[in-house]
Design a protein around this ligand. Structure first.
Ligand code: TA6
Length: 331
């Protein structure tokens, strides 16, 4: 059973469908006029699907994802807050992705183009138990929107609402799982399938597979032939993921998120994850817009905004029709 909802407040004249997803968890469906769609679970504020106007799924969601709190959903776009990674005292990637968010029917005025009707505003505030593990008050507002051309836009606004005058610092990532045809460089039947990432060449990175040591990336596009787990530092606003076999390029635009994580578990780690199929590493790549190297510090009353915009452009790269450098320089 689903219900069409148009929140009463004037500020958010969005329309979305509120319904039940896996295991009866509440989710919101967004659809734009041209047929693109997205779905967001209130559990975790978690985008689990983004489809283009041809109803092709663009995000990876594991067939073994466990839609059962407190386990995070494997795939889509997990929100890593107030901590990325396992460095601090919290569980890996913090707790925002393990909490129930609510619909924010009265968000503060938010610059949005009035054309964009397909959006939903969610909000997360800490429970008393959360404050025991992370002693700060905050309001985390997440807007998930479909743009006119089917782009997917996530905007996070995090405000320090401490009344004790204390600032807080956090790290953050949109842990995005992209669906790709085959991450491996495969040459068969004269078809060369390859996934490349453009925009991170020559960037410095911390290699999680080498004790987080700092290295400098080589000068060519990233291609993949084994496990990768790298935090690229101070990266460009735009990053492109080219999938030759699908003739598709993802363009990731980020704002307020200087770093980018690239992760594929490959075969051994894939087998070690109970909520991930043994072969699923072949069909996913995480490229995560993040703020990791330099934690963000907010004084009480201050607000941080982090935006991620995902779009796709048709590309048949190897035929030379698309120069990835042009994709990145494009508007
Ligand atoms: O983003 C890369 C990473 O930090 C990897 O080290 C791996 O742990 C991945 O996140 C998945 O983490 P999760 O806690 O979702 O299993």
């Amino acid at each position: 059973m689903s219900t069409e909802k148009t929140p009463s407040s004037a500020s958010s004249s969005s329309s979305y469908v509120f319904c039940k997803g896996f295991n009866g968890l509440d989710k919101v469906l967004l659809r734009d006029a041209r047929g693109s769609s997205a779905e967001v679970y209130l559990y975790g504020g978690h985008v689990t699907s983004w489809k283009n106007e041809h109803a092709e799924e663009l995000l990876f969601l594991s067939s073994k994802a466990i839609f059962k709190p407190p386990k995070a959903i494997r795939g889509g776009i997990p929100i890593c807050f107030p901590q990325f990674g396992s460095l601090g005292t919290l569980d890996q990637h913090g707790f925002a992705r393990n909490r129930f968010w609510t619909i924010d029917d009265c968000p503060p005025p938010f610059p949005t183009n009035t054309l964009n009707k397909a959006f939903v505003d969610l909000i997360l505030k800490p429970t008393e138990d959360d404050i025991k593990i992370w002693p700060h008050s905050f309001e985390f507002r997440l807007r998930v929107a479909l743009g006119p051309g089917g782009d997917l836009m996530l905007t996070s606004r995090i405000r320090n609402t401490n009344i004790d005058g204390k600032p807080f610092s956090f790290t953050f990532a949109y842990h995005t799982y992209f669906s790709v045809s085959d991450i491996r460089q495969v040459l068969c039947l004269l078809v060369f399938s390859e996934v490349r990432v453009e925009g991170l060449e020559t960037m410095d990175y911390l290699d999680n597979l080498q004790k987080k040591e700092r290295f400098t990336e080589q000068g060519d596009a990233l291609t993949f032939e084994s496990e990768v787990d790298k935090v690229y530092l101070s990266t460009p606003t735009k990053i492109a993921i080219l999938d030759h076999e699908k003739k598709r390029t993802f363009v990731l635009r980020k704002d307020g998120l200087p770093d980018a994580v690239v992760w594929n578990p490959w075969d051994k780690k894939a087998k070690a994850m109970s909520d991930f199929g043994d072969d699923e590493y072949k069909h996913m790549l995480c490229v995560e817009a993040a703020a990791i190297e330099k934690p963000i510090t907010l004084k009480p009353g201050e607000e941080w905004k982090g935006r991620l915009e995902l779009s796709t452009v048709p590309s048949s790269y190897c035929s030379g029709q698309l120069d990835p450098r042009r994709v990145l320089q494009g508007s």
